[in-house]
Design a protein. Structure first.
Length: 193
């Protein structure tokens, strides 16, 4: 299977747990015979969208046109990002807004954009790291932002199924905890899950 990993950590100056998890997933995927490509959002230079007209009628920035080609190539996409203020980092949201334009990710039918989910036939996994315990995020906060990403962005453009991995309490994981998560992601990569 063709797998695209999207690193959504906005800090491109150093490596974070998201990077290690993505590396483990990629290693497992390659061992499982899958082809893997990686997009690091922090290394891309693109403007913010500032109007509905630009989103609907503007052209995708040159730095992101290759990302659209990678998405067309992929059968499975895995997004890695830290939870910031209860949601994905702003840079990742801006990236998704630029990439998932009408005519590429959804149909241009203004009467009903649901008529064409142009990225159908692809599955996804969302891997989120966070300081709070994952159970608190999942049960108390209802994993609201991850559910919104899964339903309102990924599902809206056709990804199904979409699974999630929530890695909580990252500051208290220690070496054993990190090793456990790396093993978990390596196994998921092997199965292209």
């Amino acid at each position: 299977m063709n797998i695209l990993l999207i690193l959504g950590h906005p800090d491109g100056t150093r490596r974070h747990l998201c990077h290690a998890l993505a590396d483990a997933y990629a290693e497992g995927a390659r061992l499982g015979g899958h082809e893997v490509r990686v997009v690091d959002v922090a290394k891309l230079d693109f403007p913010l969208l500032r109007s509905q007209q630009d989103w609907e009628e503007g052209t995708v920035p040159a730095a992101l046109a290759p990302v659209q080609q990678e998405l067309e190539w992929a059968g499975h996409v895995v997004l890695f990002f830290p939870l910031w203020l209860g949601d994905m980092p702003a840079l990742l949201k801006a990236f998704l807004e630029q990439v998932a334009r009408p005519g590429f990710a959804i149909g241009k039918d203004h009467g009903n954009p649901l008529t064409a989910k142009l990225l159908k036939g692809r599955s996804a996994r969302v891997v989120v790291t966070m300081g709070m315990p994952a159970l608190v995020y999942r049960w108390y906060f209802r994993a609201h932002s991850v559910k919104s990403l899964e339903r309102n962005i990924l599902g809206f453009v056709g990804f199904a199924p979409v699974h999630e991995t929530l890695v909580g309490g990252v500051d208290q994981l220690g070496e054993r905890g990190v090793a456990k998560w790396l093993t978990h992601l390596r196994r998921a990569g092997e199965k292209a899950d």
